[in-house]
Structure formats: C-alpha cells, structure tokens
Design a protein around this ligand. Structure first.
Ligand SMILES: [Zn+2]
Ligand SMILES: [Zn+2]
Length: 97
C-alpha cells in the first residue's frame, strides 16, 4: 500500500523550459544559490535550476534556464515577495530605480 503524499507543499515545483512538464524537488537536492543541472523526466533533456532563498523574508524562488550560463546573475535577482536583492551585500542601499 503506497501512501501518496502529493502536493503537501514542502517540495518546490518548477517547469521544464523545453516541454513545460512540471517537476519538483522531492528529494530536496537543490542547494540554494547554486545552479544545478536537472533532467526532465518527460523530454529527458537537461536544464538548469537555481534555488534562490531570500535572506530577508526566506521566500524560496526557483529560476530555470536551458543552461547554467543563461541563469540571471544572482546579483540582479530581486525577491518577488519583498523586492529586495537576493544577495545581501554591503553595497545595498544604493539606487534601486
Ligand atoms: Zn521537458
Ligand atoms: Zn524576500
């Protein structure tokens, strides 16, 4: 008897950028702030995933790209919830447009 624990909210969902197939990090194998290659179990192509954890409000955001080089620089990534930069470095406080 398998006990299915689907969508209990703990694992992060993201979509394959090639076929749109939904994937989720059920084993929590993603390290925050470090780009990770992920193989889609639908189209079997590899894409790149970054888990960004906001240092201000702890919101976790997933960014997907075809390859690691296409990921946005974390220096320019702003949290979708509190709109503060994901990298909390000393120069914060300058112009935020
Ligand atoms: Zn796919
Ligand atoms: Zn935030």
């Amino acid at each position: 008897m398998t006990h299915d624990t689907t969508d209990t909210g703990d694992s992060l969902a993201f979509g394959c950028p090639r076929c749109g197939h939904a994937a989720h990090d059920e084993y929590e194998s993603l390290d925050s702030m470090s780009p990770t290659d992920w193989r889609c179990d639908h189209c079997a192509k590899v894409f790149n995933v970054v888990l960004i954890e906001c240092p201000h409000c702890a919101t976790e955001t997933i960014s997907v790209a075809l390859i690691a080089a296409e990921q946005p620089s974390l220096h320019y990534f702003a949290c979708p919830v509190c709109h503060r930069p994901a990298l909390d470095h000393e120069e914060a406080g300058d112009s935020l447009f």
